[in-house]
Design a binder for this molecule. Structure first.
Ligand SMILES: Cc1cc2nc3c(=O)[nH]c(=O)nc-3n(C[C@H](O)[C@H](O)[C@H](O)COP(=O)(O)O)c2cc1C
Length: 339
């Protein structure tokens, strides 16, 4: 029996294996209304048929101008719930569990006339200059995250992921180089994220775990290091995060701290967060070699492994990886004759 194919249980979340489809923006909303389309239906249901244990639906934003582009998903209106519900209930038929990644792009919102952020510092000169949110607007933003979480739960998710990585709004607040505010949200860089976590947790069923994606280090010169990434993660864990999904970078122009493009390049970050905080972690980043994914779980470097681009190339990546490392066949019965 492979480690990859072993069950994972945390609170009410029970996964049939350790394989996660991480969030991947499809930029495929047809009428800018934030609603998933038939493309999204086929895209997610295929990976459920392909054997993934947990599917985290792509970055889904809490307000229209919180999207990277106008073609991204949103959960700012009850009208968006049914299209998510349709996908989630179909994915469930194939034994996969579902999360939605709830987010705000902040200063990385490309189609917003004037993007917002913790400060007016742009990503780079090529990006639009953001407007710093007022203290009152920050408090309203916390409520928007909470309302999106209520809608995700209404749509039937098994867990929620908050996007605190890749230079989006939560990350922008906890970044010393991006957040130069003088109010309480600048004095305490983790405060915005902590309030979002507490607000979202307050509307989640008691036993539903919350995932947060974090950039363990920033890549830009002068960006934060692993020690800061772990301290911020500690605050988020104390506020109620149950699982950390450990990524890195994404906040601005790349400097010297960027790891090379090697298989498993972010696993050392996942292991460091797991060891420092004694928290379940998802490792991600060039883990599409099945043996490497299996070793990452077997060596207890991470509890779960996520494969993004590998699953775009092969929707059946999970089935094939489990077969490769253990010979076990986990295909749906309609496909068994192929194995
Ligand atoms: C097309 C595409 C879209 C992505 N969109 C998101 C996203 O919505 N949210 C997010 O946190 N990461 C996003 N990512 C990053 C992936 O989730 C993942 O962390 C990254 O691709 C590294 O994993 P991999 O080497 O297995 O591809 C995206 C990646 C790709 C390729």
């Amino acid at each position: 029996m492979a480690h990859l194919s072993s069950e994972f249980t945390l609170k009410s979340l029970n996964l049939k294996n350790r394989i996660v489809m991480p969030p991947m923006c499809q930029y495929s909303v047809e009428s800018k209304d934030g609603k998933p389309t038939d493309w999204h239906f086929v895209h997610y249901v295929s990976r459920a048929v392909g054997g993934a244990g947990l599917i985290i639906m792509e970055m889904t934003d809490v307000e229209p101008d919180g999207r990277i582009t106008d073609y991204d998903l949103g959960l700012w209106s009850d009208e968006q719930i049914p299209a998510f519900k349709r996908i989630i209930s179909e994915v469930h038929k194939y034994g996969a569990k579902v999360a939605i990644q709830i987010a705000h792009a902040g200063r990385k919102a490309e189609d917003a006339k004037v993007p917002v952020g913790p400060s007016d510092i742009p990503v780079s000169p090529e990006f639009k200059k953001p407007r710093a949110l007022s203290t009152e607007e920050v408090k309203q933003m916390v409520v928007k995250f909470k309302d999106a979480a209520i809608r995700a739960i209404e749509a039937g998710v098994d867990t929620i992921e908050l996007h605190g990585a890749h230079g989006y709004l939560i990350h922008q607040f906890h970044s010393p180089a991006i957040n130069n505010r003088e109010d309480e949200y600048g004095q305490d860089l983790a405060l915005f994220g902590v309030e979002v976590i507490q607000a979202v947790k307050s509307v989640m069923p008691e036993h539903m775990p919350l995932i947060l994606r974090i950039s363990a280090v920033e890549y830009m010169d002068g960006g934060y290091d692993l020690e800061h990434g772990i301290e911020i993660s500690r605050r988020y864990k104390e506020a109620g995060v149950d699982i950390l999904h450990v990524s890195s970078g994404g906040e601005g122009p790349v400097g010297t701290r960027k790891p090379g493009n090697h298989p498993g390049y972010q696993v050392p970050f996942a292991r460091a967060v797991k060891q420092a905080l004694d928290v379940p972690v998802i490792a991600v980043g060039l883990l599409d070699d099945a043996k490497l994914a299996e070793a990452t779980v077997a060596n207890e470097e991470a509890d779960l492994v996520a494969v993004a681009r590998g699953m775009l190339r092969d929707p059946y990546w999970a089935t094939h990886a489990i077969q490769a490392v253990s010979g076990q066949i986990s295909a749906p019965k309609q496909y068994e004759r192929a194995y």
